[in-house]
Design a binder for this molecule. Structure first.
Ligand SMILES: Cc1cc2nc3c(=O)[nH]c(=O)nc-3n(C[C@H](O)[C@H](O)[C@H](O)COP(=O)(O)OP(=O)(O)OC[C@H]3O[C@@H](n4cnc5c(N)ncnc54)[C@H](O)[C@@H]3O)c2cc1C
Length: 420
């Protein structure tokens, strides 16, 4: 069942204010409310409903009626994937027994165990799952704000921002400059900015081959660096310049009104500027009081249960869990562990030891894919990497093509796993 805000208001139960009375365990179905229907929340909601076979009342609260994947959005920017292929609705999830509510959660009362929605409705829960992704630290790049994202897009939450950035790249004058302000750690998808630079270069190479790409970076090094640098040399020689802290990458401001970047006090006019700011847990996690001074939500490594509230779980990008990168693969893996732990608490189902995994694929050029991944296990204080792998530099084209094809299979598989 998919409920819009209007339908919720029209519902007779809404007249009482509280849509669902809190279940007393053992009387009626226990209620799980999941906030955020992306990689973590979508997977958790679907697995909770599927595996409990009707024993749980699962409600997913998601602000957008259609989810646009950040994963593979760089391929869209590169002209290798159409936008519609990134978009996924919630019909199948609803058919699978999840009550999908299209609204924004605005408050969580952890004492009363209720979630309040923008439309004014109140949902009661026995267990709460949050997977709201990221929000941006607005003052992390001086001169940039969320309002300025219309001029200098982040395109780090996929959707209209992705389309805007692509249009701006296509509108650059011949020989123009594309600047990216890369985010400091930790942030979602560590190789994402560098895959993006590769895809921007691929796009420009065909229509604007004298254009330049500069990446301003506060980090000393970045994910899959040797692989990216080799690929940039091979496919886009001289086009991409990475500016690390030694050369001013950590001292960057922007002036959206004049389309300038200011590096160590020296202003430079650019033609397109992609600002990917510092990141923090999705706002609702902080509103719920589930984050700490780091801005992220600490969780127990064996279950993803919040360290702050025993009735709440935080998944995906918002969580502070240890070694796993903030990725859709990680969020999906964490969600399955969380769903199992929640079912065990609420229905007495069997609990198996937690195991997690992640692989991040990146595309350097058409059919030239590389990957990095690991398996993980919980220890006393964090989720720890136990075995890892990474593509080698110098691999032949056939292997790189297979790696790319593997990533296509992963995309089809994970989106079916999240959305049904
Ligand atoms: C350019 C780019 C490329 C990437 N490539 C890859 C890749 O190749 N592989 C990979 O594994 N990962 C990749 N990622 C990372 C991946 O997209 C994220 O790590 C993943 O989506 C995190 O899942 P999540 O559930 O934490 O958050 P999300 O998937 O972002 O889901 C959060 C959801 O919560 C909703 N929401 C937030 N607040 C509220 C609220 N208050 N009320 C209701 N709904 C709310 C949002 O609308 C959103 O739908 C990439 C990211 C980027 C930016």
């Amino acid at each position: 069942m998919i409920l819009t805000r209007r339908e919720l208001i029209a519902g007779s139960a809404a007249a009482t204010g509280l849509l669902y009375a809190p279940a007393v365990l053992g009387q009626g179905k226990p209620k799980v409310v999941v906030i955020g229907g992306g990689a973590g929340g979508g997977t958790a909601a679907r697995y909770l409903a599927k595996d409990s076979q009707g024993a749980l009342d699962v409600t997913l609260v998601e602000a957008d009626p259609v989810y646009t994947t950040c994963f593979f959005s760089n391929l869209h920017i590169g002209g290798l994937r159409d936008f519609d292929s990134l978009r996924h609705g919630y019909d199948k999830m609803a058919a699978g027994g999840v009550t999908v509510v299209n609204d924004r959660a605005t408050a969580v009362d952890r004492e009363a165990r209720t979630v309040t929605l923008a439309g004014g409705q109140v949902l009661a829960y026995d267990r709460l799952v949050l997977s709201p992704g990221i929000d941006f630290v607005e003052d992390s790049v001086p001169g940039w704000s969320l309002d300025a994202a219309e001029i200098m897009p982040h395109a780090y939450k996929a959707g209209p921002q992705t389309e805007l950035l692509k249009r701006m790249i296509q509108a650059m004058p011949q020989g123009g400059t594309f600047a990216m302000v890369a985010p400091p750690n930790p942030y979602r998808c560590p190789p994402g900015p560098y895959e993006r630079a590769s895809m921007v270069a691929h796009l420009l190479k065909q229509t604007n081959p004298t254009a330049k790409i500069i990446i301003l970076d506060a980090k000393e090094k970045f994910s899959k660096q040797a692989l990216f640098e080799e690929g940039w040399g091979k496919y886009y020689d001289g086009m991409i310049e990475w500016i690390n802290p030694e050369f001013g990458g950590a001292d960057v401001a922007v002036r959206p009104d004049s389309m300038e970047v200011v590096v160590e006090g020296v202003a430079q006019k650019v033609d397109c500027c992609n600002v990917i700011p510092a990141q923090t847990a999705g706002r609702i996690a902080a509103i719920a009081g589930l984050t700490d001074e780091s801005g992220w939500a600490p969780v127990h490594p064996d279950s993803m249960k919040s360290r702050i509230d025993g009735n709440a779980w935080v998944l995906g990008d918002s969580s502070a869990q240890g070694d796993m990168p903030k990725s859709a693969f990680s969020a999906n893996s964490q969600a399955k562990v969380a769903a199992m732990a929640i079912r065990a608490e609420l229905t007495g189902s069997r609990l198996f030891p937690a195991k997690y995994s992640n692989t991040c694929w990146s595309l350097l050029a058409p059919e030239d894919g590389v990957k990095l991944g690991a398996s993980y296990e919980p220890n006393d204080d964090r989720i720890a990497s136990v075995e890892s792998f990474i593509s080698d530099t110098g691999e032949d084209a056939a292997l790189r093509r297979r790696t790319y094809e593997e990533s296509l299979g992963w995309y089809a598989g994970i989106t079916a796993d999240i959305f049904g």
